[in-house]
Ligand binder design. Structure first.
Ligand code: SF4
Ligand code: NI
Ligand code: NI
Length: 708
């Protein structure tokens, strides 16, 4: 069979199945039955992205199938192959959505099935920073279980996000390999139609970050081709349906690599690689993915894919716990003459001398020297320790400063991992990432309990106190410059964050100090200095120089932004914001919700629905994406009255930010325990109950001027 015949026949087969399934569903539930994937603002995201139409019922699904049929042209041009591929993918989405009818949960562990919008938003930052350099879609059954494990591990070691469809899922389970989003290996489902769940991620990325208009299929495919670094590995034997799905992948710009012999190859798009051990190299080359190599001399793997790995009590060899015993982690700037580069010292017992399962003290001091080093960079470097130590396979780290907690697994220990290797990791990572400011680096790790107590109380805590005082003195008024951040332009081409001391980037990951350090490390990089010498309107925080910078960095897409208003010229959002804030008209206030909160808000919208109101680098008055830390800021929508406007937050978020919010409310308005006046989901998820609660609490927003 030719490629044409194969794709057409696969497409026809899936179409037939879909038609049958929809008819059967209508017969059973009626045409008015509502359908949608859960936790998404886009109902059937792929169909919506391609056509601009939101399907809501089974009857509409049937109509949509008619539209899909029009894509299935049967002339003998490459275009027909691509469109039939897209049609196959859309049919797969229809078949999958039927599984979710009546709120069913069709997927069981370890499979995920449909992925929530929130998952895509979380992927935003690691994708733009290159922390996740690519997305692999592995489909079918590997020649052997060992091949399957080796391939997945090879991607994992590179930080590539792996999604799995079909028998390979069982192969990994059989080998006892851990899977899950936290280790970047996501089994989607065993039916081939489950592949749509990763396609859905790519297309939603275009809607969320790229501001692609739903229905603009040309721009959509251009976006995925240029900006979503995905590729497919399809194991032989291929059938017509898999080939037809593959044609859909190629239409989106995702190359397909297979070990099926005799397939007619398409350069850079459909590639035969009979040696499965070379799938990795062939795929990266086909998709032009470059991997940043960090060579660290330790006996276990080191990769960002292990960042989310959790080590249970029973699997752990030893533990260090700053909440129980004296611990600390610290960066210290010293004179170059005082240290020896790459010297690593352990003062106190090594892991072999600690009892199995015991809780111990640890304090590591990373001494750095360099002519461009500034004490302001110390906390920036220090905050990366969490991420560095977590990337070690079999080592887990949480917390910071003197409250960190580390676990070393039995597996890592048995592989030869020791405490000194933490020093190796810190040394290599700091030198690698901060080479522009760190010329020399030495690490001292204390495990002797008395030494840990000394370091913590006499060295670390005084340093932290000094830094906190410095941070408190950093206000928008006290500094001479702000910084731009355009990291997210990889996905949101016109988005610019303006980062100030009192307003961090909306992803929550870039503070003014971080931006300053980033600028110092790479003066032509994503963070540039913005002066603030020519104010236009202090009330909303508008400056001529900031506007000029935003015009330049958005390539003219944005003309003017304010720093402190949600209504007038608000800052844009890319898509990876931690929180979203929106106007609540009945109370004159605003509601904030965060990515982790899956429930309803009094605006009648969930996080994904609210989040879809803004994004893609476009200004949307009334909605603002922002970082969690911004909530307690005195500059939080200052133009509209500030944090006094906050009427509702999910309880967990409220608890997290309570201390800062209450302090700010006390200082600005003289209100005690302001968070007690703010609603949450245990109080109200509809406007009437919320307003009644606010009235009872005499919430200040009720008597403020309307925002609209
Ligand atoms: Fe993206 Fe803004 Fe965060 Fe930079 S600060 S990474 S542009 S969200
Ligand atoms: Ni103590
Ligand atoms: Ni972003």
């Amino acid at each position: 069979m030719t490629l044409f015949e194969t794709v057409f026949s696969g497409n026809d087969a899936v179409y037939g199945l879909t038609e049958g399934a929809i008819n059967a569903a209508i017969e059973q539930h009626g045409a008015d039955k509502a359908i949608s994937f859960p936790n998404t603002a886009y109902s059937l995201p792929c169909y919506y992205a391609v056509t601009g139409v939101k399907v809501g019922t089974l009857g509409e699904l049937k109509e949509a199938l008619g539209v899909v049929k029009t894509l299935m042209t049967r002339e003998m041009r490459t275009h027909d192959i691509f469109m039939s591929g897209v049609a196959t993918a859309l049919c797969a989405e229809f078949i999958e959505v039927l599984k979710y009818i009546d709120g069913a949960a069709p997927y069981e562990e370890p499979c995920y099935g449909h992925l929530a919008d929130a998952v895509i938003r979380e992927l935003g930052v690691p994708l733009v920073t290159g922390d996740i350099p690519g997305v692999a879609v592995i489909l079918g059954k590997a020649p052997t279980t060992e091949d399957a494990v080796a391939l997945v591990k090879s991607y994992q070691a590179q930080g590539i996000l792996v999604t799995l469809v079909g028998d390979v899922i069982d192969q990994l389970a059989e080998a006892g390999m851990k899977t899950g989003a936290n280790v970047r290996v996501i089994p989607l489902g065993k039916d081939v139609t489950a592949v749509i769940h990763v396609v859905s991620v790519a297309l939603r990325a275009a809607l969320i970050f790229g501001n692609i208009t739903p229905g603009d299929a040309g721009s959509l495919m251009k976006y995925t081709m240029e900006r979503v670094p995905a590729f497919v590995n399809a194991f032989a034997p291929l059938n017509d349906v898999i080939v037809a799905c593959g044609a859909g992948a190629i239409a989106l710009g995702f190359p397909v690599i297979t070990n099926q012999e005799g397939v007619s190859e398409v350069p850079k798009s459909l590639i035969v690689q009979t040696d499965v051990s070379k799938f990795n190299a062939t795929s990266l080359e086909a998709r032009d993915i470059k991997i940043k190599i960090t060579n660290i001399d330790i006996p276990v793997a080191f990769a960002s894919a292990f960042e989310g790995e959790i080590i249970r009590r029973g699997d752990m060899q030893v533990e260090f716990d700053g909440s129980r015993v004296d611990c600390a982690e610290l960066v210290q700037t010293v004179d170059a003459s005082e240290i020896e580069d790459h010297k690593i010292t352990v003062v106190g017992p090594e892991a072999d001398e600690m009892e199995l399962g015991s809780k111990n003290s640890i304090a590591y001091v990373v001494k750095v020297a360099g002519k461009n080093m500034q004490p302001d960079f110390e906390p920036v470097i220090e905050r990366k320790f969490h991420n560095y130590i977590n990337c070690i396979e079999g080592v887990y780290h949480t917390g910071q400063r003197d409250m960190q907690r580390i676990r070393i697994s039995k597996d890592a220990f048995n592989a030869g991992f020791r405490i000194k290797h933490i020093g190796e990791v810190l040394y290599a990572s700091v030198k690698n990432e901060f080479d522009a400011v760190v010329d020399k680096c030495e690490v001292v790790i204390y495990t002797d309990p008395a030494e840990c107590t000394r370091i913590r109380h006499e060295v670390a805590i005084p340093t932290f106190d000094k830094r906190d005082d410095r941070l408190k003195s950093l206000t928008d008024e006290s500094v001479d410059v702000y910084y731009s951040c355009i990291l997210c332009q990889a996905f949101s081409p016109s988005h610019v964050c303006v980062v100030t001391p009192e307003r961090l980037g909306l992803c929550g990951a870039v503070s003014w100090l971080d931006a300053k350090a980033t600028n110092e490390l790479d003066p032509n990089g994503p963070c540039q200095v913005i002066t603030k010498e020519r104010p236009i309107d202090e009330r909303i925080g508008e400056y001529e120089d900031v506007n000029e910078a935003v015009q330049k960095f958005s390539q003219g897409a944005l003309q003017d932004v304010s720093l402190y208003s949600i209504m007038e010229k608000p800052m844009t959002s890319c898509g990876c914001f931690e929180c979203i804030c929106g106007i609540e008209p009945f109370s004159n206030g605003v509601v904030i919700t965060n990515r982790e909160y899956a429930g309803m808000t009094p605006l009648g919208m969930t996080f994904p629905e609210l989040a879809s109101m803004t994004g893609g680098g476009v200004q949307t008055p009334g909605f603002m994406g922002h970082g969690k830390h911004f909530i307690g800021s005195k500059k939080f929508m200052k133009a509209e009255g500030g944090i006094e406007r906050i009427v509702w937050m999910p309880k967990e978020l409220k608890d997290t930010v309570a201390e800062r919010v209450n302090a700010t409310a006390k200082e600005l308005y003289g209100i005690d325990n302001f968070t007690d006046m703010i609603g949450d989901e245990t109080i109200a998820t509809d406007p009437e109950t919320l307003v009644a609660f606010l009235t009872e609490k005499n919430h200040p927003a009720l008597s403020m001027e309307p925002m609209m």
